[in-house]
Write a protein that binds this ligand. Structure first.
Ligand SMILES: Nc1ncnc2c1ncn2[C@@H]1O[C@H](COP(=O)(O)OP(=O)(O)OP(=O)(O)O)[C@@H](O)[C@H]1O
Ligand SMILES: [Mg+2]
Length: 195
């Protein structure tokens, strides 16, 4: 038998100084308990990626076969990244020698499905523009979970994958104030020696 590979970990570092979002973190917990796909949606810059990364770092230990992450750049001026490009990273991470990754997107997707059937993986798909680009990247088995982020509602994923939406609004007033204080170095006030 081939030696066991270490579980993949493609998750980027979570942004430092993450604040608030307790309700949304709990909503993500519930979403992945009830469905295989959670869908974090909201306007540009509202904090979707920050939330998804933070949550994924907290929950990674629930997925012993590893964590996959891809930024599909669905809202960048170019065409973004399509699922075949992502599979060229995901399949080697799952132990496929790079030269054995199928050229054909259909064959690559089929191999990905068979490799993910029995594993417990957490997959984070960031900045997804369309349901079609996410579908081939959803792990096949019931032990895995996927978190998708998008500026769009991606109704297609809700309909065909029963994805659970986790809509994000702007941060609450207290958290926004704390964020602003941290950004402008509000702690310097306390650091000043008492007169
Ligand atoms: N809860 C939070 N606490 C602290 N910083 C945050 C929080 N949420 C977001 N940020 C910061 O705000 C900025 C924008 O957040 P983020 O990149 O997650 O937004 P986004 O919704 O993913 O944007 P886009 O639609 O462009 O992908 C980042 O610098 C991020 O670190
Ligand atoms: Mg983002």
């Amino acid at each position: 038998p081939a030696p066991a590979l270490p579980a993949p970990d493609l998750l980027p570092r979570a942004p430092r100084g993450f604040l608030g979002r307790a309700r949304e973190l709990a909503a993500l917990d519930t979403a992945v308990e009830r469905a295989r796909v959670a869908l974090v949606t909201g306007p540009a810059g509202v904090g979707k990626t920050a939330l998804a990364l933070n949550w994924a770092h907290r929950r990674a230990s629930h997925y012993p076969d590893g964590v996959l992450y891809a930024d599909l750049r669905g809202f960048s001026p170019d065409d973004g990244v399509d699922s075949a490009d992502v599979l060229r990273e995901f399949l080697p991470a799952l132990g496929v020698p790079p030269r054995q990754v199928p050229e054909s997107p259909t064959a690559a997707a089929a191999l990905y499905r068979s490799l993910t059937e029995d594993r417990a993986l957490l997959v984070v798909l960031d900045n997804v523009r369309s349901a079609d680009r996410a579908r081939p990247l959803l792990p096949a088995g019931a032990r895995s979970a996927t978190v998708v982020t998008s500026r769009l509602r991606l109704g297609g994923l809700v309909v065909t994958e029963l994805a659970r939406p986790v809509p994000l609004g702007v941060l609450g007033l207290d958290d926004s104030a704390a964020l602003l204080a941290a950004a402008v170095g509000g702690d310097r006030v306390d650091a000043e020696p008492a007169a």
